[in-house]
Design a binder for this molecule. Structure first.
Ligand code: ADP
Length: 245
């Protein structure tokens, strides 16, 4: 990633008008897919992504079943109309890789020992992409897993940070992703304080790396509050949740 033009103006505003430590607007609606055991729609800026969870259910083919724990299968898919140029509906290498890293980011939060011989299937369908779709997909899938009643140790919240105009910024958008200096997607379990995904595209020195990671985790904590209130709103009808009890 070599940056060729300035993406932050003199007043500190980014290409979409945000300041460097500002997240895009995030909204989550829980339980929007009638036929799934759990589901969520996330709007993360212009990203619009549905996560649907099926399970625990019988594993087919049966040889994939594990006797001591459940298996997690994950499919991340971008719709042909989700990007500015039509994307082939066939699964790409990128989608196969992202499906794998999302599964690995979610698995540490799931108490899979509770589901021997069973499968938990996670489908992430990107309807509209605008940079950061893997992070938004992870955050939506985590809410969908909770909505499905899967036993979990923690939520998984995800957010990227990166380097734009030599500044560390949170929640990289599509333009910053393509033209900026670095993009670091991070997934984080906010109560256990553990990172479950860390990728880096671009170059950062050690100080920038630490600052970027800190910014991404701060972003994850903001996403966590929205995940939490979306679930509280569905199950208790109160988006402030049980904090006030
Ligand atoms: P992420 O969406 O997690 O940031 P990438 O960094 O691979 O993943 O992609 C950044 C953005 O590039 C995507 O969110 C999407 O807007 C765009 N993009 C990805 N794949 C394609 C594609 N095949 N065609 C057009 N745009 C794409």
């Amino acid at each position: 990633m070599v940056q060729s033009r300035s993406l932050i103006d003199e007043s500190g505003k980014r290409t979409d008008g945000r300041v460097i430590d500002e997240l895009r607007e995030v909204k989550i609606n829980v339980g929007i897919v009638k036929n799934a055991d759990g589901s969520a729609l996330i709007e993360f800026g212009k990203n619009r992504i549905i996560a649907a969870v099926y399970g625990p259910r019988e594993v087919h083919p049966k040889h994939m079943a594990l006797s001591d724990r459940g298996v997690v299968r994950c499919r991340y898919h971008m719709s042909p109309f989700s990007t500015d140029t039509r994307k082939s509906p066939a699964p790409s290498r990128r989608e196969t890789e992202i499906s794998k890293v999302i599964r690995e980011a979610l698995e540490p939060a799931l108490i899979l020992e509770d589901y021997p011989r069973a499968a938990i299937d996670i489908f992430i369908e990107v309807l509209q992409a605008d940079g950061g779709s893997r992070c938004a997909g992870i955050s939506a899938a985590s809410v969908a897993l909770a909505d499905a009643g899967i036993n979990m140790r923690d939520m998984v919240s995800a957010c990227a940070a990166g380097k734009v105009d030599d500044k560390i910024v949170v929640d990289i958008n599509d333009t910053e992703d393509k033209e900026g200096g670095a993009d670091m997607p991070v997934a984080y379990m906010p109560n256990l304080k553990k990172i479950t995904l860390l990728q880096l595209d671009g170059e950062l020195n050690p100080n920038e790396f630490n600052a970027c990671l800190e910014e991404a985790v701060r972003g994850c904590l903001k996403v966590y509050e929205i995940q939490r209130s979306s679930l509280m709103e569905k199950y208790f009808g109160d988006e402030k949740g049980m904090k006030e009890e």
